[in-house]
Write a protein of this length. Structure first.
Ligand code: BMA
Length: 832
């Protein structure tokens, strides 16, 4: 069996060269953490200030312009040195690295997304050895590559040439991300010594599965030291209880097929369980085990139905023969310094997706292929993963070394990830086809014009990547791009074909424009809001806590972001200049926008079969489209998400001014019941009430006609209509907030404390619209059970709060902790 020795200890870091290295950094050796990054190492010893605070990002730009050197020493013993091959295995080097062992040059690498192995046996010795990894400035490298190729005018959506280096693109600055260009040994590094044979990779692929049987095809690639006999490989599949349900053996290296009868099927969150099977692979010769490994798999079949129909072309994920409405969001790296994303942080974030009733996350192409742990957790929790290959918002060179690197990287990550049942799609790129179709560079050159004259990445999306997927992972669908209409001749913005992104809402028009669209699948659409108050308190100095202060604007990376926030807000609300009211109203506008888009598109299934909003998470504290902010705190949109992605949803929709109620039922069972629909005034007077019948077929959206008495109130500015059926409830207001006459909020409040838990009961005497209790402003670690709750007069709502701070009714029922639309909009709307 191979001998493994981690090389994570004794590292130091020093700046090698660069024009702007501060004097107090020159010639200093810093202790370094591996895996880690230069930034986090310098922060650990206070050599730099936290770049996430205030405008510190600007003070650290020299780091990305500098060449760095990591060095360590390690001891090799005789047992290791006796192995035929001793590889230095690097799971991730960020990015342009030169590796030196015992003063001998071993290799140069230039791809953050690839695992490397180098045989270093000849340079190792028993006793102490040295290892040095030098990282060139990634920025300098990217500029140099661009210049070498004479490619100054290659279109891209941002300033710095992220498309000339195989590194996470968003490091170079994005419309939600700072420019913090990292360097470092960002994943594990170790020595592996072995003899005769090593299992280089294993791909157990579930080719087909239903309740009768699952077909598992296992590919194994072996590495050999010489031309000696290596015997047979044996394969065992165990069910979740540990029972052996399938075995095979074959000459080592030859694929095998195993059929498992009556498998326990893996389902996405909300549709069933996530049973996980284990595949054990052992290579033996003459009864001696030479190597062995395991992989966890799930018995499920995935297809992406891109079928022509009388509308256009569908884009529907099908799991185990069942079409699934994809409910989810886009995922970006959870921290600029991705090495800080621990397994528990991954779990917390993915659990937040699960708890908000999501079943899919799209790993966006400007980030990274995530850690194995990420996919393991998604396997366990039923979150389907749409994985972009890492090409985003640019035309990409196909010249060397990029083509070779693109191939190596795709190959390596397909091999690494293909056993995960959560992974349901390989997707070629983010918005590069759309850019080709529709975008212009700042200097007025159309991307298409450029792409017609130069390689632009099409060779990757239409040739290289699909052939790699077909060869290495025939169990999964491939889509060339997001958005994608099925052909280069179809506008990727066409509603009727394939996946699309919708960005006119937010950039230039009000969110009610969502009602104009019935896409087949929306893989991006979004709406900004600032992060939580606690996160603002943690990242913006108090005297800068104003919507347009320098510091707040520094934490707003979108072009004219605050202008868009203000214009979109003015379409619904009477604008406010008070910081806390602005913060609250922009968050409400965000949550309401995404609520409208999702509920409308869910109501339009099966024409539309998926909504992935932009974006679930952030990589630092910033005003962005995220529902969970850069410090992991839930914005009101997260709570809205839990409601609008509920498996059984009641929703009012107003397309073409005709108010209708929809019952959306994602489950495999019919939903039958009675729904009480009531039209009432804000002070509690019932104007009309009807009891209607719900008979909603499984996995469908059912429209429920509403009687005239409920949908045409005489005074639209003082009434609300509600629908209730068990846990499902819906509300509809007939006018925009700025045209509504809200009553002054009137309520009773009561608090009960049990240890660190509080129950706060709010009993409404008048309507309380979109009540939020921002307890995080008092206690940044507090948790609250819900936000953005509308309480009708005469009703009450109980908030569960967890906090170690003493909390009182007084503290919790005053602005800026206690916020309602009534209070914030009252002054401008008082009827005279
Ligand atoms: C989409 C994404 C990102 C971007 C987001 C918000 O197009 O693909 O590139 O951050 O919009 O503008």
């Amino acid at each position: 069996m191979p001998i493994t020795q981690d090389l994570h200890a004794n590292w130091t870091l020093r700046a090698l060269s660069g024009d702007n290295i501060p004097d107090d950094i020159v010639d200093r050796h810093f202790p370094a953490t591996v895996p880690g990054t230069v930034y986090t190492d310098l922060m650990a010893v206070d050599a730099i200030e936290d770049p996430y605070y205030d405008r510190n990002e600007l003070k650290t730009q020299w780091i990305g312009e500098t060449d760095w050197c990591y060095s360590t020493t390690f001891t090799v013993d005789e047992a290791l040195l006796a192995q035929e091959i001793i590889e230095l295995a690097c799971d991730g080097l960020d990015t342009v690295a030169t590796i030196i062992v015992n003063d001998q040059h071993i290799a140069d690498t230039e791809n953050m997304h690839v695992r490397y192995r180098f045989n270093v046996k000849d340079v190792l010795k028993v006793g102490e050895n040295t290892l040095e990894i030098r990282f060139r400035s990634a920025l300098a490298y990217a500029i140099e590559q661009r210049d070498r190729l004479g490619d100054m005018f290659r279109p891209l959506a941002y300033q710095l040439p992220f498309n000339f280096i195989r590194k996470n693109a968003c490091n170079f600055g994005w419309d939600w991300g700072p420019t913090l260009i990292t360097a470092g040994i960002w994943r594990g590094i170790r020595l592996e010594g072995w003899n005769t044979v090593r299992i280089a990779d294993v791909r157990p692929l579930v080719m087909r599965a239903n309740e009768n049987a699952a077909h598992v095809r296992i590919f194994t690639d072996l590495a050999y030291t010489g031309d000696r006999p290596v015997g047979v490989a044996t394969y065992t599949i165990k069910d979740p209880e540990g029972n052996i349900v399938g075995t095979a053996s074959a000459p080592a290296g030859q694929p095998v097929d195993i059929w498992v009868e009556n498998p326990q099927l893996w389902w996405p969150n909300g549709y069933g369980e996530q049973p996980l099977y284990t595949v054990e692979i052992t290579v033996k010769h003459d009864d001696v085990t030479l190597d062995s490994t395991t992989r966890r798999i799930g018995m499920r079949q995935v297809r992406l139905l891109m079928d022509f129909d009388d509308i256009g072309m569908s884009y529907t994920f099908e799991i185990n023969g069942q079409p699934i409405f994809a409910k989810g969001a886009n995922w970006i790296p959870d921290d600029v310094f991705v090495t800080r994303v621990t397994p528990s942080r991954y779990r917390e974030r993915i659990q937040q997706a699960v708890d908000s009733n999501m079943n899919m996350l799209r790993i966006w192409g400007g980030g990274i292929y995530e850690d194995n742990v990420f996919y393991d957790i998604c396997d366990e929790l039923g979150i389907m993963i749409w994985q972009d290959f890492l090409f985003s918002c640019a035309l990409y060179p196909e010249a060397e070394p990029f083509r070779t690197e693109a191939e190596a990287e795709a190959r390596d990550n397909i091999i690494r990830l293909s056993h995960h049942p959560s992974l349901v799609l390989w997707n070629g790129n983010n918005e590069n086809v759309m850019g080709y179709w529709a975008w212009e560079s700042a200097d007025g050159v159309s991307w298409r014009e450029y792409g017609e004259k130069h390689p632009w990445g099409g060779g990757y999306y239409f040739n290289l990547l699909p052939s790699l997927v077909a060869a290495l992972d025939p169990s999964r669908p491939y889509s060339p791009a997001s958005p994608w209409g099925g052909s280069m001749d179809i506008d990727p913005a066409d509603d009727n074909y394939g996946s699309r992104h919708i960005w006119d809402v937010w950039n230039s028009v009000d969110y009610t424009t969502y009602l104009d669209y019935i896409p087949r699948f929306v893989s991006e659409f979004g709406f900004q809001a600032p992060p939580t108050l606690a996160t603002i308190n943690q990242s913006i100095p108090l005297d800068q806590q104003l919507p347009d202060s320098d510091s707040m604007l520094h934490h707003q990376k979108a072009t004219d972001g605050n202008g868009k926030l203000a214009r979109r807000m003015a379409e619904h609300f009477t604008p406010t200049s008070d910081f806390y009211s602005w913060h609250y109203l922009t968050q409400m506008n965000q949550a309401r926008a995404i609520t409208l888009g999702v509920t409308w598109w869910r109501s339009q299934q099966p024409t539309c079969m998926g909504t992935l909003y932009w974006q679930i998470n952030d990589c630092w504290p910033v005003t962005s489209w995220a529902s969970v902010d850069g410090y992991g705190r839930k914005k009101p949109l997260w709570y809205a998400t839990r409601r609008f992605y509920a498996p059984r949803l009641l929703t009012f929709q107003t397309k073409e001014d005709e108010l209708a109620l929809y019952a959306i039922n994602d489950s495999f069972d019919a939903w039958q019941g009675e729904v009480i629909v009531r039209l009432q005034t804000f002070t509690g007077e019932t104007l009309a009430e009807e009891t209607l019948t719900i008979d909603a077929a499984p996995q469908a959206s059912t429209k429920i006609a509403l009687p005239e008495s409920l949908i045409h109130p005489a005074d639209q500015s003082t009434v609300v209509v509600s629908a209730n059926c068990g846990d499902a409830e819906a509300l509809h207001f007939f006018a925009r907030d700025k045209d509504i006459y809200y009553p002054k909020p009137d309520f009773d409040a009561e608090i009960v404390q049990i240890g660190d838990r509080y129950q706060l009961t709010i009993s409404a005497k008048t309507l309380l619209r979109d009540l939020c209790i921002f307890v995080d402003h008092i206690d940044p670690d507090a948790q609250i059970s819900d936000q953005m709750i509308t309480i009708l007069p005469g009703e009450s709502f109980v908030f569960e709060i967890e906090s170690t701070h003493p909390l009182t009714v007084d503290a919790l029922t005053q602005a800026p902790i206690f916020q309602t639309i009534n209070a914030v909009q009252l002054s401008s709307n008082v009827r005279v």
